[in-house]
Design a protein around this ligand. Structure first.
Ligand SMILES: *Cc1c(COP(=O)(O)O)cnc(C)c1O
Length: 355
């Protein structure tokens, strides 16, 4: 049967009714890709799977939450939505708004969002403003406006976003037939770790799984407020999607790590780029830098003996967004191609080919 999107598929687990107008781009149903070469590289006998969320309609997991947020906004009679965004929320909000006829206002931090994401918000017709400040400043403006004007907030502080995003956990279980032992995930505003943990707990309560994963979240070292235990005023990282100094879902992220027996830790930009290259060059999976934080964390903590008693255990790494979102970073990482004369023998010579 054709895939119907996350709301129809998980209807009974979501706060929707027959009256909810479902706005969907058939998001979800993303592949859970086995990563055997990565597992061999890590060399702890782990079974690693990549939840490739970059294959959602707008190229990130945000679509799972946005189908819910936009459908509910329409059900509630809203005419306009607004978000602050490091890029992917705006891409998704703009696309689902275009599809539904809602007006979409997007505030982004000036000069801090990846090119692909900016192009998406713009081409889908959102009203985009670049605020002279960082993401946290921008979210404050959006909170003020959406509390005082008739505009629906569609950041992950909107509970419908979390509801939609928890379907990622359902899909993982539906494919594995059980919960993974570890669930590794990048942490920015911390909505997604909150959502996955909620999803796993709901499946547990429904009797679909008999165990729960340890939630292991990773922030970028230059923007790791939860790890450091304090707001980071001027967050810095090349992983723009997690460049957030004061996460909105801080407490529920800490609760997910604590209650699951997991942890929230940080990885450096160098470790993120290393994982980004390993994914692209040994698994054939292209993600944006923030997504690679989950894998960077697993590699790093494997080296620090975290998985030493976990031979044969299952690890799912969520890869939150597609690599094409940030093509500049890919090219900066590996360099532009060499230019060569239009001459077959010159090419043969350069490639070192022998008959
Ligand atoms: C939004 C986003 C994140 C961070 O998710 P949070 O829910 O804010 O923690 C990570 N990676 C990508 C690609 C994102 O778009």
């Amino acid at each position: 049967m054709a895939w119907e999107g996350v709301i129809k598929t998980y209807f009974d687990y979501l706060p929707v009714s027959e009256k909810t107008p479902i706005i969907t781009l058939k998001e979800g149903n993303t592949p859970l890709v086995p990563a055997d070469r990565l597992a061999r590289h890590i060399n702890k006998g782990l079974k690693i799977f990549l939840k490739y969320e970059g294959l959602n309609p707008t190229g990130s997991f945000k679509d799972r939450g946005m189908t819910m947020a936009i459908s509910k906004a329409i059900e509630e009679g809203s005419c306009a939505v607004m978000c602050a965004s490091t890029g992917n929320t705006s891409a998704s909000a703009a696309a689902y708004s275009a599809r539904s006829g809602l007006k979409c206002f997007v505030l982004i931090p000036h000069k801090s969002i990846a090119l692909g994401k900016l192009s998406q918000a713009l081409i889908h017709g959102a009203d985009v403003l670049a605020v002279q400040g960082n993401f946290d400043d921008t979210l404050k403006v959006v909170r003020y406006i959406t509390s005082n004007y008739p505009v629906t907030l569609v950041n992950s502080i909107n509970p419908n976003r979390i509801e939609g995003q928890k379907t990622g956990a359902f899909e993982i279980v539906d494919v594995l037939g059980k919960a993974p032992d570890y669930h590794a995930i990048p942490v920015g505003n911390a909505g997604n770790i909150t959502a996955y943990w909620k999803g796993y707990r709901e499946y547990h309560e429904a009797g679909k799984i008999s165990s729960l994963p340890r939630m292991i979240g990773f922030q970028a070292a230059g923007s790791a407020p939860i790890v450091l235990g304090k707001v980071v005023e001027d967050p810095k990282t090349i992983a723009t999607a997690i460049k957030i100094g004061n996460p909105a879902s801080w407490e529920s992220a800490e609760a997910a790590a604590r209650d699951s027996g997991g942890m929230i830790q940080m990885v450096t930009d160098e470790e993120i780029i290393e994982a980004y290259k390993i994914l692209a060059q040994t698994e054939g999976v292209f993600v944006e830098p923030a997504s690679a934080a989950s894998v960077a964390g697993v590699i790093k903590y494997a080296k620090e003996s975290y998985f030493d008693d976990s031979k044969g255990k299952t690890v799912v790494c969520v890869l939150t967004g597609h690599g094409l979102k940030d093509p500049d970073r890919a090219i900066q990482t590996v360099g532009n191609p060499e230019v060569i004369e239009n001459d077959p023998m010159k090419v043969v010579e350069r490639l070192g080919l022998k008959k």
